[in-house]
Ligand binder design. Structure first.
Ligand SMILES: *Cc1c(COP(=O)(O)O)cnc(C)c1O
Length: 454
C-alpha cells in the first residue's frame, strides 16, 4: 500500500467532554498571582477581564468538562478532523516509521484556533457580553475569533502585531470580512501602545505588546471581555478535542503513537493533541515520548527560565508560572508569527519541568524546506508554524531509518499555509534568513523578571 490513509470519524463521535490534565498531574497547577501582592488571584479579581465560565474552567481540577451542545453543533461543520497516515511521505523518506498527522487546517479559519474561539464566544454571549477584544500574531487567532464573533453576534476588536499586519494583508481582510476591527499594534489607541510608540516609533510589535492593548481596552468597559487564543488552562482544555479524537482514530488504525510532536507558540495546539494521551500515561496507560518544537529565534522552552512572569509587556496581566524569555523580550521578525511569544502555557511548562515533555528548537529555513517536502508528498502546504512539527517528525522518522526501529510518530498539522504564501515566496526566492536574536536583549529581559513571586 502506498497511498495515504485517512481515518474518519462520524460526527456523533465529536467528544462530548473536554479533558482537563490538571486532574491527573502529580501536583496541582500553579495558580496565577496578583502582581502587586504575589497572592493567588480570586475568581472575582479575574471577572473584569474574563467570562465567569472560563474562569471556572481555568481553576478546575475536574477531569472531564462538558462541551455545550451549541458549541458541538458548530464543531460539526469541520469536526471530527481527519487523521492521516502519511504513506507517501514515509516512502519518500524511505523510513520504517509509521507517520500520522492530525489535520486541523480543515476548520473555516484554517487552523486549530476555532476550537477555543467558538467556545469562548459562546460563553461570553451567554453572560451578556457585547464585545470581545484580543491580540493576534500571525492573524490566525484574530481570524478565528472574528468568525466566532460573527456566529454569536458579538463585536470583535483585534490588535494585530505590526510585523504580521504588514506581512499578511489577507489575514486582516479575512477578519474584516467577518465584521471584526483590526488594528496594527502598537497603536495610538491605547496608553500601552502610545508609550511603546513614544520610545520606538518603528516598533515591529510583539504579542506581549498587543496583549497589553487588548487588556487595557477590556478593562475600560464593562460590556467588553478579553479573550486569549493560547497559553491559559481553559484554552488548552478546549483544544483537547484534537487529542481525544486522535485516540479514537488510532483505535480505527489499530495502532498507538510512540512519539507525539507539536509546535509550541503559547502551547495550545500542543496541549490539545498531547494531553489526552499524556493523561492516559499518567493514569497508568501506555507511555509516549513527547516533543515540543519551537523556533530557534524565540526559544522559550529551550532557553527560557521557569518562573513567574507577566503575560504582556505593559504588565497589566496576572503573573503566571511558565517558561519565559522575559516579558520585554521582542524576538526578531520571522515568518512563523504564531510562535513569537515570550512565554508558554503554564500547563505545558509544568509538564516540561516534570520531565514528561522534551523540547527542541529549529531555524526557519530548515522548517520551510521540510514543509515543502511534506507538501510535495502529502498535498497539503503547512502553516509556517506547523512546519516546526513537520521537520521534527521527519527527523524522528530519519532516526528510525538509522536504527531500523518502526515507531509510530504522530504530529499535529495545526494549520494550512494558504495565507502565508509571501513567506513561501521569500523562501523560494532565497530571501529568508536565519537571523539570530540578540543575546544581550534576552539576558536583559530575563534579568527583569518580577521579583515578587520568584
Ligand atoms: C496560533 C498558532 C500556533 C501557535 O499557538 P499555539 O497555542 O502554540 O498552538 C501554531 N500554529 C498555528 C497554525 C497557529 O494558528
Amino acid at each position: 500500500m502506498s497511498d495515504s490513509v485517512k481515518y474518519v470519524l462520524d460526527e456523533n463521535e465529536i467528544p462530548k467532554q473536554w479533558y482537563n490534565i490538571a486532574a491527573d498531574l502529580p501536583e496541582p497547577p500553579t495558580p496565577p498571582l496578583h502582581p502587586g501582592t504575589g497572592q493567588p488571584l480570586s475568581s472575582a479579581e479575574l471577572e473584569p477581564l474574563f467570562s465567569r465560565a472560563v474562569i471556572e474552567q481555568e481553576m478546575s481540577t475536574e477531569r472531564y468538562i462538558d462541551i455545550p451542545q451549541p458549541v458541538r453543533d458548530i464543531y460539526r461543520q469541520w469536526r471530527p478532523s481527519p487523521l492521516y497516515r502519511a504513506r507517501r511521505l514515509e516512502r519518500a523518506l524511505d523510513t520504517p516509521a509509521r507517520i500520522y498527522y492530525k489535520y486541523e487546517g480543515v476548520s473555516p479559519a484554517g487552523s486549530h484556533k476555532p476550537n477555543t474561539a467558538i467556545a469562548q464566544a459562546f460563553y461570553a454571549r451567554e453572560e451578556g457580553t457585547k464585545r470581545l477584544t484580543t491580540e493576534t500574531g500571525a492573524g490566525q487567532w484574530g481570524s478565528s475569533l472574528a468568525l466566532a464573533g460573527s456566529m454569536f453576534g458579538l463585536d470583535v476588536e483585534v490588535f494585530m502585531v505590526r510585523v504580521s499586519f504588514d506581512q499578511k494583508p489577507y489575514r486582516r481582510a479575512f477578519m474584516e470580512s467577518f465584521g471584526a476591527k483590526c488594528i496594527a499594534s502598537p497603536s495610538a489607541e491605547t496608553a500601552a501602545g502610545r508609550s511603546i510608540l513614544a520610545d520606538t516609533p518603528d516598533s515591529r510589535g510583539s504579542l506581549g505588546i498587543a496583549i497589553s492593548e487588548a487588556v487595557e481596552r477590556a478593562l475600560e468597559r464593562s460590556d467588553t471581555k478579553y479573550v486569549l487564543g493560547s497559553v491559559l488552562n481553559h484554552v488548552l482544555l478546549h483544544q483537547t478535542v484534537v487529542g481525544l479524537e486522535a485516540i479514537r482514530q488510532f483505535e480505527l488504525a489499530d495502532d498507538y503513537p510512540d512519539t507525539i510532536i507539536a509546535c509550541t507558540g503559547g502551547g495550545s495546539n500542543f496541549g490539545g493533541i498531547v494531553f489526552p494521551f499524556l493523561g492516559r500515561q499518567l493514569r497508568g496507560g501506555e507511555a509516549v515520548d513527547i516533543l515540543a518544537v519551537e523556533p530557534a529565534n524565540c526559544p522559550t522552552l529551550t532557553r527560557g527560565k521557569y518562573a513567574y512572569d507577566f503575560g504582556d509587556t505593559a504588565h497589566l496581566t496576572p503573573l503566571v508560572k511558565m517558561h519565559t524569555l522575559g516579558s520585554n523580550f521582542v524576538p526578531p521578525g520571522f515568518h512563523a508569527g504564531g510562535l513569537r511569544y515570550h512565554g508558554m502555557a503554564p500547563l505545558v511548562s509544568q509538564c516540561v519541568d516534570l520531565g514528561y515533555v522534551q523540547a527542541r528548537a529549529y531555524h526557519q529555513k530548515e522548517c520551510f524546506e521540510a514543509g515543502l517536502e511534506f507538501a510535495r508528498a502529502e498535498g497539503i502546504l503547512p502553516a509556517p508554524e506547523a512546519n516546526h512539527a513537520v521537520i521534527a517528525a521527519m527527523d524522528a522518522a530519519q532516526e528510525c531509518k538509522k536504527t531500523g526501529e518502526s515507531r509510530a510518530i504522530l504530529f499535529n498539522l495545526c494549520g494550512h499555509g494558504h495565507f502565508d504564501m509571501p513567506a513561501y515566496m521569500d523562501y523560494s526566492a532565497g530571501k529568508l534568513h536565519d537571523q539570530a536574536y540578540n543575546e544581550g536583549d534576552m539576558a536583559m529581559a530575563l534579568a527583569g523578571l518580577p521579583s515578587v513571586a520568584n
